[in-house]
Design a protein around this ligand. Structure first.
Ligand code: TYD
Length: 208
């Protein structure tokens, strides 16, 4: 059986990752491809527990890294890898690049520790394609504020959100064969069209 493809969405707060993950999954299903949508932190009971733990408390960055990594290891082993092996496509809202940016670039956790943890928990199941939604920090802040209750991550300062944008841009530029940076300061339909074009050219041609 042909392995499914693994696509992740990344970006700062309010970039529209979950909307785009849903729109992409619909298009993949219309194209006849079995698809599951999942998210991090989350995706398994342990992951959902880690999600509440991390969002409700204020662990230091290395603790966050280890908790997110524990959730990710379960997610990869229990959900992502089996689905891909079964020929199902997996669309995931946040993955390794969120740890690289939030805990690494912003939290100061050394990259060699992050790499070692990825090697032990994710490898060889890296994404085939990562869409990085690029949004001006002000727009992201407005969007998360209009949603009502802010998570502790959303409530950080404007300069923090600017660092986040820079962090994701750096991550995307470092791996252009895997990552695509997309301007997310546009209507959801326009963004979804760009995402679909990338999936068609980078993944579908070869999957068919
Ligand atoms: P969530 O409410 O899912 O935010 P969003 O809707 O923006 O995805 O909260 C997840 C938060 O956890 C988000 O602010 C980013 C953070 N996070 C990390 O810091 N590292 C990680 O590895 C992951 C997966 C998420």
């Amino acid at each position: 059986m042909k392995r499914g493809k693994f696509i992740t969405f990344e970006g700062g707060e309010g970039a529209g990752k979950s909307t785009q993950a849903g729109l992409l999954a619909e298009r993949l299903r219309v194209a006849g491809l079995g698809t599951v949508v999942t998210r991090e932190p989350g995706g398994t009971p342990l992951g959902e527990a880690v999600r509440s733990l991390v969002l409700d408390t204020r662990p230091v960055p290395v603790t966050e890294l280890l908790l997110f990594a524990a959730a990710r290891a379960e997610h990869v082993a229990e959900v992502i890898r089996p689905a891909l092996a079964h020929g199902t496509w997996v669309v995931c809202d946040r993955f390794i690049d969120s740890s690289r940016v939030y805990q690494g670039a912003l939290g100061g956790v050394p990259r060699d520790l992050i790499d070692a943890i990825e090697a032990g928990s994710v490898a060889p199941t890296f994404p085939d394609l990562t869409i990085v939604l690029d949004l001006p920090p002000e727009t992201g802040l407005q969007r998360t504020a209009s949603r009502g209750a802010l998570s502790r991550f959303d409530a950080e300062s404007a300069s923090y959100h600017r660092q986040l944008q820079e962090g994701f841009r750096t991550v995307a530029r470092a791996e252009p064969e895997r990552c695509l940076l997309i301007d997310a300061d546009r209507a959801p339909g326009e963004i979804a069209d760009d995402v679909w074009r990338a999936v068609e050219t980078r993944l579908l041609a070869e999957a068919r």
